[in-house]
Design a protein around this ligand. Structure first.
Ligand SMILES: [Zn+2]
Ligand SMILES: [Zn+2]
Length: 313
């Protein structure tokens, strides 16, 4: 970019935000990124006065950016980091370094819940089972379960997850394609707790593009551990690539799509489709659709199939 001016400070612009018709320098972009998180939190009333927030950290770029930016966006709130160690070197070594560096820099307390230590199994134990071909969804389900658990145990009020605008649009389109209109209707960036063992879950990056996350990491000089080794070929990854190409040709495409699906379509669908009400899992009391939750189903399966010493409850 040749000598164009930053529209905030007049310095040399390095970043063009085509969807916002904005040119910024590195420093102003960082401020812009942090400010948007603060505005998103405010717009959706994600956090209330005095509440303590946990940031769900899994080594992904959005989780790194969120962990670094959220304490700056909400300086009056206490921020904690929660990581679920799935029993891969990725979590014990690679993802650990950036976590510790950022936590130190931002004054964030770290809570790591180790699946092998606490539960007696690792994500690798699913190898060779029916869950392995779509292991990312099992991994996500377990992380979701245990991150809520840790947040509750730690006495936090809110759990912030690193879902971006790209994630949200990909999910909404998938629900549309699969005809899961009840779920599409109930999509929200703020999920209030429905069971005693839950906390509010919020998505402060819901208005932030994935490329902005990458840019923020780059200009902030943050380390990243790379991708989880099990993640290859996840369906969501190529769908998001396709969406990013739409955006290249038509700036603001994803923003418009998100707005139209959540502000126009969802309210209409909500009148027609009632959201399936979760029922408590009869084993652990957590939310489920069938009376036994996904975590309990999988842990019982592993215990019986692989003869592991897993205490279910
Ligand atoms: Zn500037
Ligand atoms: Zn359960």
């Amino acid at each position: 970019m040749s000598k164009r001016k930053c529209m905030w400070c007049g310095g040399e612009a390095t970043i063009e935000l085509r969807y916002a018709r904005l040119l910024l320098c590195d420093d102003c972009f960082k401020k812009y990124f942090i400010k948007r998180i603060a505005k998103t939190v405010e717009e959706y009333r994600m956090v209330r006065e005095g509440e303590r927030i946990g940031v769900f950290y899994d080594g992904s770029k959005p989780s790194i950016a969120l962990l670094d930016a959220l304490p700056q966006a909400l300086p009056r709130h206490e921020v904690h980091a929660i990581m679920i160690d799935m029993g891969l070197p990725y979590y014990t070594i690679e993802a650990r370094t950036p976590l510790e560096e950022i936590a130190k820099e931002r004054g964030v307390e770290i809570h790591v819940y180790s699946l092998p230590d606490q539960r007696g199994y690792s994500i690798e134990d699913f190898r060779g089972t029916k869950y392995w071909p779509r292991i990312c969804s099992t991994c996500a389900l377990l992380k979701r379960y245990y991150s809520s658990y840790v947040a509750k145990q730690t006495g936090l009020d809110v759990l912030a997850t690193p879902h971006t605008l790209d994630d949200a649009v990909e999910l909404l389109l998938t629900l549309l394609v699969d005809g899961k209109l009840e779920e599409l209707a109930s999509f929200t960036p703020v999920q209030e707790p429905e069971f005693p063992n839950q906390v509010r879950r919020v998505k402060p990056l819901i208005k932030t593009y994935e490329w902005e996350v990458e840019k923020y990491i780059e200009v902030s000089g943050l380390d990243t551990p790379g991708e989880c080794p099990l993640r290859e070929g996840a369906r969501s990854a190529w769908r998001k690539e396709v969406l990013a190409r739409f955006e290249e040709h038509e700036p603001a495409f994803l923003r418009k799509m998100y707005r139209s699906l959540t502000k126009k379509l969802s309210p209409v669908l909500r009148e027609r489709y009632e959201r399936p009400r979760p029922v408590p899992c009869r084993i652990c009391g957590g939310p489920s659709t069938t009376g036994i939750c996904g975590r309990c189903v999988r842990e019982i399966y592993l215990r019986d199939r692989k003869k592991l010493d897993i205490k279910i409850g």
